[in-house]
Design a protein around this ligand. Structure first.
Ligand code: FAD
Length: 400
């Protein structure tokens, strides 16, 4: 039987960075199991590749504490490894007078979180992003950057292998528990001293194997993108985001120039029918009725979710998607947008008893197991700081 001190479930960015943080603190026997045959099949390989800069999150939340710190750690990592990194910054634009008030609140919040931001008038915005449209003022974030998310996953994986302290097993799915300290996986039993659940969209179900987090459930939201046709990519220099609704966890359809110079527009946050429902019907399984039931429950009881449920599905329509995007960029024409194959699922944790969306990262420790329950955006950005936080606060391995 395979034996390990730490067993980490999930080789997404959260599982890999926690494995690295454990090694940095002296752990010598770590196993990471990943149900897929490679890296980046789910959120960590399907995101926008934006390093956020700590603007949106209420102070004292884990997101506020860890986002900017994680951004800087990841920028350093990319520089050290020679991985693509473009410090393109971003602007947040207001679509009307009422959004200006939120823009000013974001400015104050960002400063409280230590983010580097400035308010721009329309003339200053035009120098940075000549095609961005705003109402009177915009907010500029200096530390926002874009990276190659898959290259980062690959580099982290290489580091772990080279440490000789970590084994990553692919095609290895945690199925159930054989006993308290033994996992039954698709490649056999694995005995562990500590288990860390970093299973992304499946983390709630794994936690429940240990009797943890029974009041929580993930609702999947589908993030679809479009792209600007290459001949129009020059219209955007960095990232252009709208002022978001602060009550929901999504930032709204935005424009991001990625490390290859392609401009992606999206992602949406459309309630989905399965945790891996990337296509129209693919990834829908017998859990669908339960997902719909929870969506209906939330629809009836939660104002923020109701707004999302009304607004987002309309974005399946190209003309609606275009009308939404057009509010951020001057002169955008419908035929400048083309379909993009990238699609992601954003698993959003809800508290079923209180019928609310959980807005912050959530870590629950139960005896020898630890569960990362709500690694939503900006968890990619925050991951390196988050992993240090987890290891320093929950495990006391000796220094190497
Ligand atoms: C469309 C989209 C855009 C986003 N944009 C950004 C962005 O620009 N910036 C940012 O910071 N964040 C962004 N995010 C959020 C970010 O991608 C996620 O928060 C982050 O990747 C979560 O990482 P993870 O390791 O928890 O999850 P995942 O990457 O999903 O990894 C979890 C892994 O666990 C594995 N697993 C699940 N169950 C089991 C099992 N039973 N046994 C073994 N393995 C299992 C899965 O196969 C998966 O590989 C975005 C997300 C989406 C979907």
């Amino acid at each position: 039987m395979h034996e390990s001190e730490f067993l980490i479930v999930g080789a997404g960015i959260v599982g890999l960075t926690i494995a690295q943080a454990l090694v940095d603190r002296g752990a010598t026997k770590v196993t990471v199991i990943e149900k897929e045959r490679g890296l980046g099949f789910h959120a960590s390989g399907r995101n926008s590749g934006v390093l956020h800069a700590g603007i949106y999150y209420p102070p004292n939340t884990l997101k506020a504490r860890l986002c900017l710190q994680g951004n800087l750690l990841m920028q350093d990592y990319c520089l050290k490894k020679g991985l693509p990194l473009i410090k393109s910054g971003k602007v947040i634009v207001a679509r009307n007078a009422s959004e200006l008030t939120t823009l000013f609140s974001l400015y104050e919040r960002a400063k409280e979180n230590g983010a580097s931001v400035e308010l721009l008038d329309e003339a200053a915005l035009a120098k940075l992003e000549p095609n961005a449209k705003t109402y009177q003022q915009a907010l500029r974030s200096h530390y926002t950057a874009v990276v190659d998310n898959k290259a980062i996953l690959n580099a982290l994986h290489q580091d772990l292998i080279q440490s000789n302290r970590v084994q990553c097993l692919f095609g290895a799915k945690l199925l159930t528990l054989f006993d308290e300290f033994t996992a039954q996986t698709s490649v056999g039993k694995i005995r562990f001293k500590y288990l860390i659940n970093a299973a992304g969209a499946h983390a709630d179900r794994i936690a429940q194997l240990f009797g943890v987090g029974k009041e929580y459930y993930f609702i999947p939201f589908k993030g679809i993108y479009k792209k600007l046709k290459p001949s129009f990519a020059h219209l955007v220099n960095g990232s252009i985001y709208p002022v978001p609704h602060l009550g929901n966890p999504f930032l709204g359809v935005h424009f991001t120039k990625n490390i290859h110079g392609d401009v992606y527009v999206g992602p949406t946050a459309i309630p989905a029918l399965g945790r891996e429902n990337y296509g129209l019907f693919s990834g829908i399984d017998k859990e669908m009725p339960k997902i719909i039931l929870n969506e209906l429950l939330l629809y009836c009881t939660n104002k923020e979710f109701r707004k999302v449920a009304h607004e987002e599905p309309k974005k399946y329509s190209s003309s609606y998607f275009y009308r939404d995007a057009r509010q951020l960029v001057k002169t955008l024409q419908p035929d400048w947008l083309m379909p993009a194959s990238k699609v992601g699922i954003r698993p959003q944790l809800i508290n079923v008893c209180e019928k609310k969306l959980m807005m912050d990262f959530m870590v629950v420790k139960e005896r020898h197991t630890l569960h990362i329950l709500n690694a939503i955006s900006p968890a990619f950005t925050s991951s390196m700081a988050f992993a240090k936080y987890v290891v320093e606060n929950y495990y006391c391995t000796s220094s190497p």
